[in-house]
Write a protein that binds this ligand. Sequence first.
Ligand code: KG4
Ligand code: ZN
Length: 338
Amino acid sequence: MLILGIESSCDDTASAIVKDGRTVLSSVVASQDAIHSAYGGVVPELASRRHIEMIIPVVEESLKRAAVSLSDIDAIGVTQGPGLVGSILVGLSFAKAVGYAKKKPFVGVNHISSHALSAFLEDGEKKEVPDFPFVALIVSGGHTALLSVDDYTEFKILGQTRDDSAGEAFDKVAKLLGLGYPGGVEIDKLAKQGDPSVIEFKRPIIAKGSLEFSFSGLKTAVLQKVKGAELNEDTKRNIAAGFQEAIVDVLVEKAMWAIEATGVKNMVVAGGVACNSRLRQRISEVAVKNNIRLFIPPPRFCSDNGAMVALSAYHIIKKKGAGAFGNLNLNADPSLEF
Ligand code: KG4
Ligand code: ZN
């Protein structure tokens, strides 16, 4: 089964063609970083306008790279939420229009659960995949959550953030340090030149064993340091390293608490922040030490992409049958739950 997956929930316009819920024939992502970098964060109105300009060329490019046409596609998967409502509406309206015109089923999928399934995507050699149930740590610009993934369509939230997401914290701290956008990438680079023990930040743990996150206090702590310090290059490097170490410590610790609480032996880390080199290194070390099978997709499948959407849609269709989809009332839901 060939599925066209469309993702536009934030600031990337993405489209992919995926075969049988696993093999990625093409994945095209048009980033809007250049548009939002001047503001140090995503400007929702600018994001939706750019999606409108990019959706057709991006989908056409994904079909071309996979050497298929719309008539070869069996179904369309599209992000229905959560995310920015104006952005989601562009991809969703496009998917509905194409589905209606071409008589193809179209299925709305949850953005967070698609990130959680991204470890199943393959675009090269066959690879090992997680066993169900597994714990997923989803760390992105819009969300930070620990999930129990019991099957391709069964997700339970174990804990999530009470305020900022991990990606938001990276982006806001980068802005405080006068770095570019997306801030996570810049902090990752700068932290490599700094010493995390020079300027240490308190780890926001909430309570021992708690699987909820809170990053707004950490961001405020960085703000206090920035205000009181002479912000030379050396201080910036050390703040970046100290902040990154604190946030990575919390993510790794809570992921392991989730493993302990559920007793499972498989874990997936995904979402844009899963591109962070220090997080990848630390969580890999801890997984080896604790005998956990860890899966972190390559960066192209950690950050937003259409392939994970196509993969999710494939399993929803397999479970419910293609006949269940094609309802033109399908609407964007910025706070979509599982
Ligand atoms: O999953 P994603 O592509 O989009 C959303 O669904 O939000 O995540 C984007 C987030 C941004 O906040 C960005 O700064 C962060 O991922 N990010 C990183 C790195 N690369 C991207 N954060 C830390 N280190 C990185 N290397
Ligand atoms: Zn995302």
